[in-house]
Write a protein that binds this ligand. Structure first.
Ligand code: FE2
Length: 322
């Protein structure tokens, strides 16, 4: 009898957890794990946390495992949004994209809002999604969709709300900085922008996973896990979104760019991170990023030019903060 009750209680607990996760992701299929695995892993980690004895390696393995069950999905990104992101890498026409966007009303209103913003504003305001898309143009539209979908789905965490907002701002700032650096070395600015925008995408994913598993932990410990696991996690997400290989490489090796046959996008992201560090968008205490001009040197940028770039990025940052 006792056994049956325990099993029943466990089933209720798991169901509640699944419902909470379902609410968070908006998609039942995108749950990270089958219910028995969620239960087992959560129990073990919670016990470790209670004992003050957290095995960071084990938590890293948990993060890695979260991708295992459905190789086509990115847990946390609902299927329709994932499909839209994949579509961006095809020659899909504007009307095909329009059909997808019409399904997501929030996305639709944000695109119209951006088309009417200071940056794209025309003679008269646009009110239809088609007119907004035409005004933005295909390239800007694609970046905007990446930015909105990823922000709305991955950059969400109840427990680490403040940290997630900082990471989100840092991602957007990095993208602008990378575009500035790219202009100095005649590198494709759109690729630099997208690479920097998503190179740390593993970080918010991991924080959200901690939410779904209802793990209550100190921010410092969470950052410790992010530091170790975000590169691989980010690359896994980007492979499933089907972005260009250079962008996946940037996510995978932006902290270890020297040994990998030097991928320009990885070094660009490392240089953008250095600028974030200079402009206090990264906290030295937690992130342990060493001050270095190496990424700039590897890109063929002199110390003097690096100083000018940093100054320009300060102006960009001031603009973003306005
Ligand atoms: Fe990183």
């Amino acid at each position: 009898m006792k056994d049956i009750e325990t099993r029943k209680q466990r089933a209720i607990r798991t169901t509640l957890k699944l419902m909470a996760a379902h609410r968070d992701t908006g998609n039942f299929e995108s749950l990270p794990w089958p219910r028995n695995i969620i239960d087992r892993e959560t129990k073990r980690i919670k016990l470790d946390l209670r004992n003050g004895d957290v095995d960071v390696d084990y938590l890293e393995r948990v993060v890695r495992r979260s991708f295992r069950w459905n190789p086509q999905s990115v847990p946390m990104i609902p299927d329709d949004k994932l499909q839209l992101l994949r579509l961006l890498r095809t020659n899909a026409s504007m009307s095909t994209l329009e059909n997808h966007i019409r399904n997501g009303s929030e996305l639709e209103s944000q695109i119209i809002e951006t088309a009417n913003s200071q940056l794209f504003k025309g003679h008269s305001p646009v009110s239809s999604i088609r007119n907004a898309m035409v005004r933005l143009g295909m390239e800007s539209l694609k970046f905007l969709i990446y930015q909105i979908v990823i922000s709305k789905t991955l950059y969400r965490s109840k427990q680490f709300e403040g940290l997630v907002r900082k990471l989100q701002f840092k991602a957007i700032a990095s993208a602008h900085f990378a575009r500035e650096i790219a202009s100095w070395i005649n590198y494709q600015s759109d690729e630099a922008y997208l690479a920097a925008l998503v190179h740390d995408i593993g970080e918010p994913y991991i924080l959200q996973l901690m939410d779904v598993l209802q793990l209550d932990m100190e921010e410092e410990l969470a950052i410790g896990i992010l530091k170790h696991a975000h590169s691989e996690t980010g690359a896994t997400i980007l492979k499933r979104i089907n972005v260009p290989l250079q962008i996946i490489n940037a996510a995978e090796s932006h902290h270890d760019f020297a040994g990998q046959g030097l991928q320009t996008t990885s070094v660009l992201c490392a240089a953008a991170d250095q600028i974030c560090f200079h402009l206090n968008l990264l906290d030295e205490k937690y992130w342990n990023i060493s001050v270095s001009r190496l990424p700039f040197r590897l890109l063929g940028i002199s110390n003097e030019d690096a100083e000018i770039i940093i100054e320009r990025c300060q102006d960009i940052l001031d603009g973003l903060l306005e």
